[in-house]
Design a protein around this ligand. Structure first.
Ligand SMILES: Nc1nc2c(ncn2[C@@H]2O[C@H](COP(=O)(O)OP(=O)(O)OP(=O)(O)O)[C@@H](O)[C@H]2O)c(=O)[nH]1
Length: 395
């Protein structure tokens, strides 16, 4: 399952985001849709399920379909301990290395209302500038990686020159513990004109910062957007950074809980909710719901939590969703389950890549693929599109 790290200073709303994204869960066949351990839980990304367009009833196995929206599980990892200065030994260690290796991308939660200082201590709303919090995270991880690489650098240079080994491979070996590919290293190197052996510390740091952006893309969640002091900061953040989603994790948590209690109809990502029976709500509950409607939903279009998850997977990691089936006529698997699986796969993938994602054996015995909508064979260099229903024909 795809893994996303959720990180940020203390008190910015990480737990609220984590809980709201992972709370409303129904057991689905082979996945434990509950908290995996203290700092891991399953959340969903959403896409249109083809069942509506095809007017068929689906029986999802690896995912869930709610009113034509397919919910695909991803794993959230709660990455704690990142505070300014953490790379100097105040917080990063093997646990962080492990989280970093597993995370394909990061959600960086910041307090857009400016009511927590640089270390996460509560201060008067608006008195801290949240823009200062954005860069520290990249800086901390970069400096930490720098520490790892720099430690052996002179020895590595000698080794590369003596053994005539490609430097990119040596760096790859050094950083193998954090899940970075050789391709990522080669791509990052293109933006550093100096040759490896002549690198100064600044070149190495610049290289690592670029590498991090390529290998572990980061989404900024401007949380606490419901508070009045957040509005201006959200605008400034969006002007300065590319991937910024305004959010109110606390509002999402309240809405999900109210929906679970049967007080409102609401699905994560919705731009509105519907009160089931006004008689059942206390005055305080009505007031809270009105506040969320006015200051979050009407202003930003949603609470931002579902949008953040979808943006990480579909925009930052450039994934698409493909529905593999065994029988292209009935659009089902061997057991008759219609549209059983929704698979997240990289944009640009071909049918054979899909076969490998399903199972190595299927990849190895791949012959060709059929498009189940047209029942026509697709060429092996066909680029899969999101929503494709594909049957793999094996030898
Ligand atoms: N107004 C507002 N407050 C929020 C929001 N999200 C979280 N909070 C509040 O911010 C405080 C911290 O929230 P948490 O979710 O515990 O933050 P955290 O980042 O997990 O904190 P640590 O566990 O200390 O790392 C709590 O008082 C929350 O109620 C939000 O969207 N809007």
């Amino acid at each position: 399952m795809l893994q996303i790290g959720v990180t940020g200073k203390p008190n910015v709303g990480k737990s609220s985001f984590f809980n709201s994204a992972t709370l409303s869960q129904v057991e689905v066949a082979s996945y434990p849709f509950t908290t995996i351990d203290a700092n891991k839980a399953v959340a969903y990304v959403t896409t249109k399920c083809p069942c509506t367009e095809l007017k068929i009833t689906c029986n999802p196995q690896n995912s869930k379909c709610v009113d034509g929206t397919r919910m695909i599980p991803v794993e959230l990892i709660d990455v704690a301990g990142l505070v300014p200065g953490a790379h100097e030994g105040r917080g990063l260690g093997n646990k962080f290395l492990d989280d970093l290796r597993q995370s394909g991308a990061f959600i960086h939660i910041i307090d857009a209302s400016g009511s927590t200082d640089e270390e996460g201590r509560p201060v008067d709303a608006g008195s801290h500038d949240p823009l200062e919090d954005v860069d520290f995270l990249e800086h901390e991880i970069t400096m930490w990686l720098f520490g790892i690489l720099k430690k052996n650098w002179s020895r590595l240079i000698r080794k590369a020159q003596a053994e005539k080994v490609d430097f990119a491979r040596i760096i790859h070996d050094q950083l193998s513990g954090i899940g970075i590919s050789l391709e990522d290293i080669l791509e990052a190197k293109r933006s550093i004109p100096t040759e490896y052996h002549a690198w100064e510390d600044e070149d190495m740091q610049e290289f690592l910062a670029v590498l991090l952006r390529i290998a572990k893309p980061m989404l900024i969640v401007a949380n606490k957007a419901d508070l009045p002091t957040a509005e201006e900061n959200v605008k400034r953040l969006q002007e300065k950074y590319e991937n910024v989603i305004p959010a109110s994790a606390e509002s999402e948590l309240a809405l999900v809980k109210a929906a679970e209690a049967g007080l409102i109809n609401y699905t994560s990502g919705d731009s509105d909710f519907e009160i089931v029976d006004p008689e059942k709500l206390s005055d305080a509950q009505k007031k809270a719901l009105n506040y969320i409607k006015e200051h979050v939903l009407n202003k930003y279009g949603s609470t931002g939590v579902q949008e953040a998850l979808n943006t990480v997977i579909f925009d930052l990691l450039k994934m698409i969703v493909v529905f593999p089936v065994e029988d292209e006529h009935k659009m089902c698997d061997g057991k008759g389950n219609v549209l059983p699986d929704a698979i997240l796969i990289r944009t640009g993938s071909k049918p054979r890549d899909l076969a490998y994602v399903i199972h190595t054996d299927i990849g190895e015995s791949f012959m060709h693929a059929m498009d189940a909508r047209s029942c026509m064979r697709v060429s092996s260099d066909y680029e899969l599109k999101s929503g494709d229903i594909i049957s793999i024909i094996c030898r």
